[in-house]
Design a protein around this ligand. Sequence first.
Ligand code: TXA
Ligand code: MG
Length: 356
Amino acid sequence: IESMESGSRTPEEEQALLEAGRVLAGGGLVAFPTETVYGLGADAGSTEAVERIFAAKGRPSDNPLIVHISDLSQLDDLALRVNDTERALMKAFWPGPLSLVLPVKPGAVSSRVTAGLDTVAVRMPDHPAALALIRAAGCPLAAPSANRSGRPSPTLAGHVLEDLAGAIDGVLDGGPAGVGVESTVVQAGEDGAVTVLRPGGVTAEQLAAVAASVRLDPALTSAAGEAESPAPRSPGMKYTHYAPKGAMCVVQGRDAEAVAARIAAELAAAARRGEVTGVLSFDEHIGRYRADVAVPLGRQAAPEEAARRLYAGLRRFDEAGATFILAEACPEEGLGAAVMNRLLKAAGHRVIDVDL
Ligand code: TXA
Ligand code: MG
């Protein structure tokens, strides 16, 4: 389905949406495009349907799901209360790639959605197919990214089928996802203080224009925090995600020239050892590297391009059987923060710092 704007949909597209909505209303699983990545949807009120999500993805049951809504009126049934900061964030960024962790109304969604927490993450996606599907289903949709757990999130309908064909009831094909990385997950205090639990499509700079203050959850800034924090505020942060099968490492340093020289040398040494090599690189340096799989991330000054290409690129390493993968670090500004977060996760926080 290419054009999902209401009014410009073909009868076939309308048919597909109605059918997908019926499947969801009946407790089935349908994957659908959003502006971030493809989601795997189920009726958020049905424990049976939500359990099918966890089974299809092989997802740990203590990792809660984001609930997707199409209309603000649906919020009244989900959240116990919404403070002024949260309202301002919704006004500024919805529909869009921002998930708000709100106090959940008891019984509003299956306790499998919240993993037993007293909060629920909610977002209104900025994609006409996603919004139309939620309306067709007639209920809020619990939807994690539509990948097998541990695989890169899907940015194409084909990625969904690679991971989940046979385990789900269908996928709505809306072409490539726009942003390419997941939504930003935040918690917001009455006082205007916003805590970023997961960096994503809405940047810290954008949040700061609306909130009194913005800080990163401390668990985000240390590998140990992510892995070992006894009660991470966003349970998903403790899992290694998106890890390619080969050993991956992020290379960083103050001097871009030194970083590029080190990557070129490490790739050459790995090739001599007989490794199948891969590299994720910004366009400025990619011509210098000899690797079996080279994934160009666009110009370093345009991290939104890197975000769009990242997950499809990570999938290529496994397809090629890469055993040794290096990634260039990027400045953590704008969408660069989300890109670096995902690169470090994919690398299991293994870093070569050329300044050390
Ligand atoms: O862009 C997105 O957010 C995509 C699309 C499909 O909307 N969805 C997505 O869902 O990335 P998932 O399940 O892959 O990631 C959900 C994240 C996890 O890190 C989870 O721990 C966190 O949101 N989360 C969900 N509910 C939460 C809650 N009540 N409190 C804190 N974190 C929560
Ligand atoms: Mg995910």
